[in-house]
Design a protein around this ligand. Structure first.
Ligand SMILES: Cc1ncc(COP(=O)(O)O)c(C=O)c1O
Length: 338
């Protein structure tokens, strides 16, 4: 089976499993797990931040960050298709009692001009207090679109001027950074907190890290416990994440090349209306006949290729480290023969 449904389907490699098997462990709720501590120090240093927190998932790191930044009744500004709003089970409302100001923007990305229009006047009691701006890079619903770093800098300057924290859902941040070549520390300096998933393109089986200041991470650690996310001998899984961050970043470029090959094949097919221009590892095809979506998914599954529906008349294919160049060739041949 060639599985393009998501980059979350990867299995740990032999080398990663060995690192996990041999990891020294301790009780992480007591901050005594040496491997978790090593991962957290590595991640903090990687992004030039003071501290980091290892968590079970990207949803958890995002929701913890929101909970630390925002008070009940406050408002979060984010894209209408952002993961924190659309795919985290209503967690902003449920966990933090906050409301959202949903903005539109090209392929999941916001601009400073849009954000600036929606900062509520804190002196008018009608409006919730705007307390956080959250971006997503790469933007999943935007088909792996990368933010323009100049725009991020403008958004940061605006947030500083308005005393607003800026959070990044960087589930696939490393996909963006290997493409742009921007230094992780330079990039991360624009954000107060960043959530990075280790279990997507980086190939670890479990986990995400949240980075920020010492004070922010201290508060996040408390929230993680309250959310039931305090883990004990978590070094076993943290070792997979540490391995991923050390050895699986540069190779993301291979996944991006693979995605471009799929893009160019899809663009040749008569049943495809268009393909969102590929920037990283996500390929989104828009069908000429929206009603054909399920039939195409089924016919590909019959040929051992799994892909996912991505909204009306849309299909998504995600490349990752468990898909080889040969499998990309094979998939292109299958796509052409449908
Ligand atoms: C952009 C984005 N953010 C956050 C997450 C959440 O990650 P997790 O599945 O580990 O909760 C995902 C997962 O697909 C994602 O695509």
């Amino acid at each position: 089976m060639i599985d393009f449904r998501s980059d979350t389907v990867t299995k740990p490699t032999k080398e990663m499993l060995e690192a996990m098997f041999n990891a020294p462990v301790g009780d992480d709720v007591f901050s005594e797990d040496p491997t978790v501590n090593e991962l957290q120090e590595f991640a903090a240093d990687y992004f030039g931040k003071e501290a980091a927190l290892f968590c079970s998932s990207g949803t958890q790191t995002n929701q913890i960050a929101i909970n630390v930044h925002v008070q009940p009744g406050g408002e979060v500004i984010c894209h209408e298709e952002s993961h924190i709003y659309k795919y985290e089970g209503g967690g902003i409302a449920k966990n933090s009692g906050a409301s959202v100001r949903l903005l539109q923007g090209d392929r999941g990305r916001l601009t400073v001009d849009e954000i600036a229009k929606w900062i509520n006047n804190p002196d008018d009691v009608h409006f919730p207090l705007t307390q956080l701006v959250s971006l997503e890079d790469t933007a999943n619903r935007g088909g792996g679109a990368i933010y323009d770093f100049e725009e991020i800098k403008k958004i940061k300057a605006f947030c500083v001027a308005n005393q607003l924290p800026l959070h990044l859902d960087g589930a696939r941040l490393m996909n963006a950074l290997v493409e742009t070549g921007i230094d992780p520390k330079v990039y991360a300096a624009q954000f107060d907190s960043i959530s990075l998933c280790l279990s997507k393109g980086l190939g670890a089986p479990v986990g995400s890290v949240l980075v920020g200041t010492k004070d922010f991470i201290k508060q996040a650690r408390r929230v993680r416990k309250v959310f039931g996310g305090g883990m004990r001998q978590a070094g076993i899984i943290a070792a997979g994440g540490l391995y991923a961050l050390k050895y699986n970043v540069e190779r993301l470029k291979i996944d991006h090349d693979h995605a471009r090959k799929l893009e160019s094949t899809l663009n040749e097919l008569e049943w495809v209306e268009s393909v969102l221009p590929v920037q990283t590892n996500i390929v989104v095809a828009i069908l000429k006949d929206a009603n054909q979506r399920e039939a195409i998914i089924e016919r590909l599954a019959e040929r051992n290729v799994r892909i996912m529906a991505f909204g009306p008349g849309m299909l998504r294919m995600v490349t990752h480290l468990d898909v080889t160049s040969e499998q990309i060739e094979e998939t292109c041949t299958i796509l052409k023969s449908l």
